[in-house]
Design a protein. Structure first.
Length: 506
């Protein structure tokens, strides 16, 4: 019999905490925070560094390259150096790989960096945009370690990723919000503090992107991402849908969005921490009872955040993360992104090859980013979004579902920090016309090569998938299953029962 989604293990978001008192306040409204606060996940501190917001070259660093276009988007075709000669796959020269900057309107000097990889299959494939979380972590993390065209070998050469999502889509990676990755500004006031600003910037970028790439404007369009993108994605999807309904600019053929291990409804997600930790054997009953005493205070703080905003939201972040801190005190060096493993190094994984690769002069020249240093995650962006953290972004999803926008929420079963249990709960509690039918729908196995790779529940446009043998980053842990998931979902085949007839649920 299939395992119920109300029991088990899955995943949450790329939750990165930093010693915020050391970060420069990005704007006047940013509150002053005491340096005595015990922030969660301080193990990540070494990785989180302030991004150099003042590039060594001029602001239009890419415009000096004659191969760049002269439109609103500043873009060039490029070829990564160090692609291994023995790599199997299409010739790099035969594919359309683009890097560019978009000067964001409504800012003083912000430039949004992106990478665009045309499909290895067909230009008619859907356009998919990927957003990494943090907030403030570069989408190049996913590009090289999860679902991009290439992976980085230990000698810093690139090898083709057999399960890159560019095998099924025309794939965009964006460094956002401003100050993330290679995106930059010369004025801190350009850094965003909420989803309205983030989603407006992304919408403006899409309008410019499809103006530059008119041949892709009519393609189906999907928004994907993980972690704190559980905030970004619903707001961005709502902004695109609003623009379409109001006939603003180019019509974007939004078909759906997928959230992987996301932070979407913090109140439900934080309440699930102790339940998940107990079921996974990470904590005992006495610790469970003790830590659960913090939950009512967290719930109250989140409600105050929703009512008052501002500093109340920063306070709710501090209050609620005591729950996670207490669990980490008990489990010690466990990898909170994959509880089967020990936490070794920054972020519990070694992503250092990416920073080395992207800081190679030949790579920076290929991308047109000049001498600007790359860092994986920005503490400045993270701290700027603190007042957004405990906001509930689930509330905007029902309207999108009712209008036929497909929604896929997936989560790896071994992630603690954005565990599957919390994600399943908010999906089930979401108020929409199909809520009862979704709750009553049966759980079926998700099959890859005839073997069960996860457990799936669907009704109408909504799907929830618990992915086996995966942690926080499903495309990294189960790349083949992740690509199959994307393809089947976009083709409308994810929920077809005939695809599940070969194997009975375990």
């Amino acid at each position: 019999m299939a395992t119920s989604f109300s029991h088990g293990c899955l995943s949450f978001l790329l939750l990165l905490a930093v010693p915020l008192a050391s970060a420069t306040s990005p704007a006047k409204e940013q509150p002053t925070i005491s340096s005595t606060i015990n922030y969660p996940i301080l193990q990540a501190e070494k990785l989180i560094r302030d991004l150099n917001l003042f590039p060594k070259d001029s602001i239009n660093i890419a415009a000096e390259d004659p191969s760049f276009s002269s439109s609103g988007i500043i873009e060039k075709s490029f070829q990564f150096p160090f692609v291994g000669r023995k790599s199997q796959g299409p010739s790099v020269q035969d594919l359309g790989h683009h890097a560019g900057y978009y000067p964001l309107p409504h800012t003083k000097s912000a430039r949004m960096f992106y990478l665009f990889f045309e499909s290895r299959n067909s230009k008619k494939d859907p356009v998919v945009i990927w957003l990494t979380g943090g907030p403030g972590c570069s989408s190049e993390l996913a590009m090289f370690y999860e679902n991009g065209p290439f992976q980085i070998a230990n000698n810093l050469s690139l090898v083709w990723n057999d399960y890159g999502w560019d095998k099924a889509s025309n794939l965009i990676y964006v460094d956002q919000p401003t100050g993330t990755g290679f995106s930059y500004t010369s004025d801190d006031e350009d850094i965003r503090h909420d989803e309205e600003g983030v989603s407006n910037d992304l919408y403006d970028f899409l309008q410019a992107f499809f103006s530059e790439h008119k041949e892709f404007a009519a393609n189906d369009f999907y928004i994907t991402g993980e972690s704190y993108a559980g905030h970004y994605i619903p707001a961005f999807a709502s902004r695109v849908h609003q623009g379409n309904k109001e006939k603003q600019g180019i019509h974007i053929n939004l078909k759906g969005f997928a959230i992987g291990n996301g932070l979407t409804n913090p109140e439900i997600q934080y309440k699930a921490y102790t339940d998940y930790a107990l079921e996974m054997g990470l904590i005992g009953k006495s610790d469970f009872d003790s830590i659960n005493k913090l939950v009512p205070g967290c719930e109250k703080a989140i409600k105050t955040c929703g009512a008052d905003g501002g500093n109340a939201c920063v306070s709710s972040y501090i209050v609620c993360n005591q729950i996670f801190n207490r669990i980490m005190d008990v489990i010690g060096d466990k990898n909170y992104y994959d509880v089967r493993k020990e936490c070794i190094g920054n972020l519990c994984y070694d992503f250092s090859n990416m920073e080395k690769f992207l800081n190679e002069k030949s790579v920076r020249n290929a991308l047109g980013v000049g001498d600007m240093d790359f860092v994986s995650c920005s503490s400045k962006v993270y701290s700027a979004m603190l007042m957004d953290w405990m906001r509930n972004l689930e509330v905007g999803i029902p309207a999108l579902i009712e209008d036929g926008i497909k929604v896929l929420v997936y989560a790896g079963e071994y992630d603690l920090i954005c565990n599957w249990l919390g994600n399943s709960r908010w999906v089930h509690e979401m108020n929409w016309s199909g809520q009862k039918s979704f709750a009553a729908s049966k759980i079926v196995p998700f099959l890859v090569d005839g073997k069960e790779a996860g457990l799936l529940k669907t009704h109408g446009p909504l799907a929830f998938l618990k992915v086996h043998n995966a942690g926080h980053m499903v495309p990294m842990d189960q790349p083949k299953a992740a690509l199959e998931m994307l393809q089947s979902w976009m083709q409308g085949k994810l929920a077809l029962e005939e695809t599940h007839e070969k194997v009975s649920p375990k």
